[in-house]
Write a protein that binds this ligand. Structure first.
Ligand code: FNS
Length: 493
């Protein structure tokens, strides 16, 4: 039977605050001032069922893990809990209409089509979190346009009957030269969260990087994998190194094959779309919490107050001492740090990345940095010291081929798989992976390469890469006639 709803409902203030999550009541009164997202968001659900708001942001075992047993008030008879009548706003009504008449999966022909659909069907807060980047989002767009300043030098009369996309990343054989990179809060896009990406990655022989800030628990994501699947672990380093040590050693024990330490986020970036959508516009009172701390940084700030801004090169020997996994730095953004990492005995590789433009605006694109870095490493005889990956703005098979030609060992892809999942679940992510496979095979064949090993800098013209002002040739005629994905009633998406 358990507690009745009316009993829980009595505890509906800062003096006594109980919430219901997954049918159990928890006394969070003392926790209110410590909640990274501020106390206001919890008080909104004081005495009520908070499950729907709780799920996308917190792994299911959060309360059992972090709230003392004495605060667990036990099961609630949910039939006695008053369910608030939710009146959908006009925006929400329109969104639900779009969900109903969204394009069929077979109408999505490229990764950008998934973005168009996600924009139409996702809740505002979820779209705001996934799509946002920092400040004016210049780096977000530069990540894309940098690839469009690289041109191929295709070869002809090469026997390309059989194409192989197999390659090795950190000595793991993988079926395609890309991986699912770490992106937080998977349940903002799909109720099952990151395990959807796990299952799709398994179906296509693709590696998955598990995020520290997943909505699913780490255990759920690892349990969802098969034993033939490779998973890496992405780490945000906690100020409390004991917590970090436990997490890293648990990840290794559960079979993760590499540790990617995120180094570009001593503080999560200022993403205005996330901030705006999270708190309902400028000046809403919710932006100021009881403790007067400005929580108007959206979900990003709310989930990342534990990250240690003090992390530095001197910590790397400690990481080497706590794990035997290969250690890679994710979010390296200049050639000097690449050379320093190459000379550091504690570093096995790195991801050239600007966090999808979500951190420092005007950070360079990974692909332009890769073109600068490889010759420098070669000149110093360091090119074999590190495995170098890139991510950010990869939306086409040709982008992946360009990165491999410049010497990347593989390419991380973030938003496209989130959008595909948000629009179509596992089927969407699998279609996205299949589309990339088709584009990669086509690209290799037309480039005149049958295997990944044959890709090299000789196949690229990088002369425009550094000229940021020249943009892509505007083909006005083409723009006039090009038919993008349009959905009846959505206008031009
Ligand atoms: C889109 C996205 C990216 C995030 C991400 C969440 C989202 C929604 N989050 S974040 O909440 O902290 O910003 C993470 C994260 O947990 N850890 C991390 O290392 N990178 C994070 N990234 C960056 C990600 O790993 C890639 O660097 C980035 O997504 C590559 O760019 P594309 O999205 O264009 O592929």
């Amino acid at each position: 039977m358990g507690l009745v709803g009316a009993e829980v409902a009595k505890h509906n203030s800062a003096d006594s605050c109980w919430v219901i999550v997954h049918g159990k009541a928890y006394d969070v009164t003392e926790f209110l001032p410590e909640h990274p997202g501020g106390s206001k968001i919890i008080l909104k659900y004081a005495g009520k069922d908070a499950t729907e708001e709780f799920d996308p942001i917190h792994p299911p075992d959060t309360l059992d893990k972090y709230l003392p047993e004495s605060k667990h008030k036990g099961p609630v008879d949910m039939s006695t809990v008053e369910v608030e009548e939710k009146i959908a706003s006009p925006d929400e009504e329109e969104r639900l209409e779009r969900v109903k008449n969204k394009p069929s999966l077979s109408q999505c022909y490229n990764l950008m089509d998934f973005e168009a659909v996600a924009k139409g069907v996702m809740k505002k807060t979820a779209w705001g979190y996934y799509s946002s980047a920092s400040d004016d989002e210049i780096t977000l767009r530069e990540n894309r346009s940098a690839y469009q300043r690289l041109w191929f030098r295709p070869r002809i009369l090469v026997d390309v009957t059989n194409i192989s996309l197999n390659t090795k990343m950190l000595s793991t054989l993988t079926s395609m030269p890309f991986y699912v990179t770490a992106t937080a809060l998977g349940k903002l896009g799909h109720p099952e969260g990151e395990v959807v990406l796990t299952r799709a990655a398994n179906m296509h022989g693709v590696i998955q990087m598990i995020p520290t800030l997943a909505s699913c628990s780490f255990g759920e994501i690892v349990d969802a994998a098969t034993d033939k699947q490779t998973q890496w672990f992405q780490l945000y380093v906690n100020k409390d190194r004991e917590v970090t040590k436990k997490i890293v050693q648990h990840a290794e024990k559960r079979g993760c094959k590499a540790l990617f330490i995120t180094v570009d986020a001593p503080q999560l970036g200022r993403r205005e779309k996330d901030m705006r959508s999270k708190f309902g516009g400028e000046g809403s009172s919710v932006q100021k919490d009881d403790d007067g701390v400005d929580r108007s940084q959206g979900a990003a700030r709310a989930i990342s107050s534990f990250i240690d801004p003090g992390l530095s090169w001197k910590d790397l020997p400690w990481f080497r001492s706590i794990t035997s996994m290969p250690i890679l730095l994710k979010g390296v953004q200049c050639v000097e740090d690449v050379v320093r990492a190459a000379k550091d005995p504690n570093v096995d590789g790195l991801v050239l990345s600007n966090h999808g433009g979500r951190q420092l605006d005007f950070a360079p694109s990974a692909i332009e940095l890769l073109a600068e870095v490889m010759p420098v490493l070669k000149a110093q005889g360091l090119e074999r010291k590190l495995e170098i990956f890139v991510d950010g703005g990869v939306r086409r098979g040709t982008d992946i081929l360009k990165a491999m030609c410049l010497g990347a060992k593989g390419v991380g892809i973030g938003r496209p798989f989130l959008y595909a999942m948000s629009g179509y679940g596992q089927d969407g992510v699998e279609r996205a992976m299949q589309l990339l496979r088709d584009e990669l095979e086509m690209g290799m064949r037309l480039l005149g390469c049958a295997t990944i090993e044959e890709l090299g800098p000789h196949l690229l013209d990088t002369r425009s890469l550094g000229q940021h002002g020249n943009g892509i040739p505007r083909d006005t005629l083409m723009e006039e006639v090009y038919d993008g994905l349009t959905v009846p009633g959505w206008g031009k998406s």
